[in-house]
Design a protein around this ligand. Structure first.
Ligand code: MN
Ligand code: MN
Length: 285
């Protein structure tokens, strides 16, 4: 018998009802300030993921060990940011209500706000761990309060002081760094030093993990809208993902892959591998 040609991410073959972990694409890049293109990430990741194996030698585990579901891509209104965020929030809420872990594929980083709105409603004591080259702490950007350059500030509006842990940060304007230094957020510049201590502090707390893939060095991951030299290696990011996976991660995302800027396809392959390792790490524990 023939099967319908439905392309899911590698190893995400379960039915929704059986699944514990649900990925979906949020192909939105309307507020991108420099180079758009992240709207294509989830589709290209699905097709390129088949260049990977389902088995992770790092974790001695296989995507097929778990019940994983790929919910496809949301249809988002490009001209209407608030409406796009609402749709992401609604979809995330549904997955949480069904007692599953949502994992969104961006899109530009602003999509995280929609998902965090949903998760923070269910978990008012939510903490956010952000891996990123950029602070994303601007109060507004080019007169826009909703932007990939303001997303973490908008999340701070929701959660308040002491709830956001940033790692790998190496870009932002001076006021952003000064604001962060007033203890509004915890910021580790340049690398993942101290992540183990954060994990100790957040034991038992609900955590949202957001991975802006531009935390990686552009030599590893050139396919992104605002590449920033001086980033971490793939192995450092993998180690960081494994370190935080011991926490109670109630939702997560990977964002800011912009495949068109990397003709070699390496960035997409890296993004797929990050997602594989993340899915295995969260489901394994
Ligand atoms: Mn970001
Ligand atoms: Mn970034």
């Amino acid at each position: 018998m023939l099967n319908k040609n439905i392309e899911t991410f590698l190893g995400f073959d379960s039915e929704y009802d059986d699944a514990s972990f649900v990925i979906f694409g949020a192909p939105f890049d309307s507020t991108t300030s420099f180079r758009p293109g992240t709207r294509f990430a989830s589709k290209i990741m699905r097709s390129e993921s088949f260049g990977l194996e389902t088995y992770s030698p790092y974790q001695d585990a296989d995507l097929t060990d778990f019940s994983l579901f790929d919910g496809g891509d949301l249809e988002l209104s490009f001209g209407n940011t608030e409406r796009a965020l609402n749709k992401i929030e609604e979809f995330t809420t549904q997955i949480l209500d069904d007692a599953k872990t949502p994992c969104m594929i961006g899109g530009e980083h602003l999509v995280t706000l929609g998902a965090v709105r949903a998760v923070a409603k269910k978990y008012p004591d939510l903490y956010v761990i952000q891996f990123d080259a950029h602070t994303d702490l601007r109060e507004d950007y080019l007169d826009q309060r909703l932007s990939h350059a303001t997303v973490i500030r908008r999340i701070w509006d929701l959660l308040g002081d002491g709830r956001i842990y940033q790692y790998g940060i190496r870009s932002g304007d001076r006021p952003e760094f000064e604001w962060a230094a007033k203890q509004h957020v915890f910021m580790q510049k340049f690398n993942f030093d101290g992540l183990g201590k954060t994990v100790e502090q957040l034991q038992g707390k609900p955590v949202y993990l957001t991975i802006d893939l531009d935390v990686l060095d552009p030599s590893v991951f050139p396919g992104t809208g605002t590449p920033e030299a001086g980033g971490v290696t793939f192995m450092e990011l993998l180690q960081a993902v494994l370190t935080v996976s011991g926490l109670n991660i109630v939702a997560c995302d990977v964002n800011e892959l912009s495949p068109v800027y990397d003709q070699s396809g390496v960035s997409t392959a890296v993004a797929c591998k990050v997602l594989r390792e993340l899915a295995i790490a969260i489901n394994k524990k």
